[in-house]
Ligand binder design. Structure first.
Ligand SMILES: [Zn+2]
Length: 400
């Protein structure tokens, strides 16, 4: 295994220019959420040129590339979409024309998530050209729309590509180079309080729904002992919005809708999340549901998104985590830090809902995501590329 790690590292070093050139070109193609077509087509043609055995773009618009046809199926996912590029004045340069200096690359998406995606794609090329894929089927998914509806487009991808049945999943998002074994989930809870509208001068004829909602809002705000996971910590709930249904400012509202952001630690189902709230809802005679929204991807594919993204966690001793740690050590001669993400990723579906064992890892400082300071060093990128390739090969060798 040590020799394989050495060969992978040497191979990636020899192809560094090609890797940086690909990332640079990918950054220069703007791909904000729901506008990923051009970037997906570029990725698809690059995968073909790199010798991927199969490349497909599914109906939702995700691009999937395969190396090998072995019994161990690894899916490695990174998202293509980015947040808005932002103001060039704040960056000091055009964030769609990446700045390359002192063996670093800066620009929109280099950390989140085009750098990690480039590393996954070139890891596949290394596996193929070094002949390491005998026991392995390595799928790279360049998925869409993660920034708005994490999990939903990879859910569509799994449903649209039922022949792909991963044994394990690598979720590539920046992690400061740490190995990630879980993160909290989240849900948007919608609570409706009904009153009776009336003219403000005749308020006794109605019932002010906003005033009626106050006991519930206060009780939710005071609720601090939410279920706690020993690794992920306690869940939380915060009221983020209240919408009064009133036709004019001299009418008391007949209905108030209160939205809460619920961070989930213990994989609670939507039913459980709602039942936990019941005593608080009762104070204002409120009805609660998990919010839903409709989104349309760039191909016109419609997704009904339930705003519920469960948590996931694998124990530190899980064979997949052990394999990821060993792969990291083989490539770098260092012990990785094993920790959690503080944000939500596609793993919410890929592991939280499907239950397929998943591990997170990615180059770059995740604190730079969405900022005007996104920067990645060539060394972080090549090291991550070698680690992804090693992970896939190692998992195929040791997992059953
Ligand atoms: Zn991301």
């Amino acid at each position: 295994m040590k020799e394989i790690a050495r060969n992978i590292t040497a191979y990636v070093a020899a192809h560094e220019d090609e890797l940086i050139d690909f990332l640079s070109r990918l950054v220069s193609i703007e791909s904000t959420t729901y506008h990923e077509r051009e970037a997906i087509e570029f990725i698809s043609s690059t995968m073909r040129n790199l010798g991927y055995d199969e490349v497909r773009i599914d109906g939702a618009g995700n691009c999937l590339g395969r190396i090998g046809n072995g019994p161990m199926v690894i899916l490695a996912d990174a998202h293509v979409d980015t947040v808005e590029p932002g103001d060039p004045a704040a960056w000091g340069f055009d964030p769609l024309v990446p700045r390359i200096e002192h063996r670093t690359i800066s620009g929109r998406g280099v950390v989140d998530d085009k750098g990690p995606l480039s590393a996954l794609i070139f890891a596949g090329k290394a596996i193929k050209e070094l002949g390491l894929g005998e026991r392995l089927t390595y799928w790279v998914s360049a998925s869409i729309s993660e920034e708005d509806v994490e999990g939903s487009c990879v859910q569509a991808m799994m449903e649209l590509n039922p022949s792909i049945k991963p044994d394990a999943i690598i979720v590539a998002e920046s992690s400061d180079g740490h190995v990630i074994r879980g993160h909290k989930g989240r849900a948007l809870i919608r609570m409706e309080v009904l009153g009776r509208a009336a003219h403000a001068s005749e308020a006794h004829r109605g019932e002010n729904a906003l005033i009626k909602a106050i006991p519930m809002i206060e009780a939710i705000d005071k609720w601090k002992d939410l279920p706690e996971d020993p690794f992920l910590g306690a869940g939380s709930i915060e009221i983020t919005k209240a919408i009064c249904d009133t036709p004019s400012l001299n009418t008391i509202p007949g209905k108030v809708t209160v939205i809460a952001d619920r961070r989930i630690s213990c994989g609670e189902s939507t039913e459980l999340l709602l039942s936990q709230l019941e005593p608080m809802l009762a104070l204002s005679d409120a009805q609660a549901s998990v919010d839903t929204e409709e989104v349309t991807t760039y191909t016109g594919y419609r997704i009904t998104q339930v705003d519920y993204f469960p948590s996931w966690v694998l124990e530190e001793e899980h064979p997949l985590i052990a394999s990821a740690k060993e792969s990291y050590r083989l490539v770098t001669d260092r012990q990785p830090v094993v920790t959690k993400w503080n944000f939500c990723t596609n793993a919410t579906y890929l592991c939280g809902i499907t239950g397929i064992p998943s591990v997170g890892y990615g180059p770059g400082d995740h604190g730079l995501c969405h900022s005007t300071k996104e920067i990645l060093s060539f060394d972080e990128l090549t090291e991550a590329t070698a680690i992804y390739a090693m992970m896939a090969v190692h998992m195929a060798a040791v997992l059953d």
